[in-house]
Structures are given as C-alpha cells and as structure tokens.
Design a protein around this ligand. Structure first.
Ligand code: HEC
Length: 134
C-alpha cells in the first residue's frame, strides 16, 4: 500500500513537471489563446489547419514564424494578395483586425508562433505599436 501511494505521488510530480516545464510557454500564451478563439479560429480553425482553398493554415508557415513586421501587418492591415502557403495557393482576402489592442495583437501572435507545431520568439505590444498607422 505504501508503495502504491509513493508511486502515485511520484507519477503526480512527474506529470506536474511535464505540464509546466520542458516545453515552457510564453507568459502571454493563455491570453493570446483567448484572442485566437474569439477572432481567428473561425477562419484558421482550432488547430491552425485552415480551410483548404479558402483560409491558409498557420502551421509552420514562414508568414507565422518568419519576419515579425510582415506578420504584425497581416493583422493590422489585413491581406489581399494571392499567396502560396505550404505549397497551396490562397486568394481570399483576410480582413484587418485593427480594432484589437496592441496587447491583444502581441498576445495572439505570440500564441500562434508557439502553437500548431511552431516555435518562434514572442511579439511585444511595442512592436505592434511601432507599425500601427504606418
Ligand atoms: C475572415 C477569415 C479570417 C480571419 C477572421 C482571420 N484570417 Fe488570417 N487569413 C485569412 C485569409 C483568407 C488569408 C489569406 C489572405 C490572402 O491570400 O491575401 C489569411 C492569412 C493569414 C496569415 C498569413 C498566411 C499564413 O497562413 O501564414 C496569417 C499569419 C494569418 N492570416 C493570421 C491570422 C490571425 C492571427 C488572425 C486573428 C487575429 C486571423 N488571421 C484572422 C482569413 C482570416
């Protein structure tokens, strides 16, 4: 019995460490997830897989993990260019989401840069502010 309790305790500690550590998420990850659910999910889907032929995926695309300024501008100004994402063409326009605050945009972009198999640096509200209105 003692052994069982000990094993359970060890498993619990291990699980907690696994959930918190290792793959540590940026501080604003949860806030960004919320914005994503409210604004982006309807087009780009929960897992960032998009909708074939309509809305591009956010999984390992160079738009998401690449140049920060280009990424911030997609949300601030929208996008209305035919683009090729992961080998598929998309030409549907994406409406600007400029009513989101600098903080919300920083949060949601940090979230997508660290979700769906992506791993890239966080985006700060100051970086969003610097591009707004330009
Ligand atoms: C109404 C649907 C819609 C919404 C809402 C939307 N997008 Fe998009 N998004 C698109 C479409 C369509 C494109 C492709 C635009 C083009 O080809 O010009 C796109 C392109 C992108 C791209 C660049 C291409 C890629 O797949 O990497 C990123 C990054 C992106 N969206 C992120 C977001 C984020 C973050 C949000 C929420 C803040 C969001 N989108 C909200 C439809 C949407």
């Amino acid at each position: 019995m003692k052994k069982l309790i000990l094993t359970t305790a060890l498993l619990g500690t291990g699980l907690a460490a696994f959930l918190q550590g290792g793959n540590s998420k940026p501080a604003n990850y949860e806030a960004g997830k919320k914005v994503y659910g409210q604004v982006c999910l309807s087009c780009h889907m929960t897992d960032g897989s998009g909708v074939p032929g309509l809305n591009p995926p956010l999984q390992k695309t160079d738009w998401v993990t690449g140049d920060k300024k280009r990424l911030i501008n997609v949300v601030l100004k929208g996008l209305n260019d035919p683009i090729t994402v992961n080998g598929e063409e998309y030409a549907n326009p994406m409406p600007a989401q400029a009513s989101l605050s600098d903080q919300q945009i920083a949060d949601v972009l940090t979230y997508i840069r660290n979700s769906f198999g992506n791993k890239a640096s966080a985006i700060t509200p100051a970086e969003v502010k610097a591009l707004r209105g330009k």
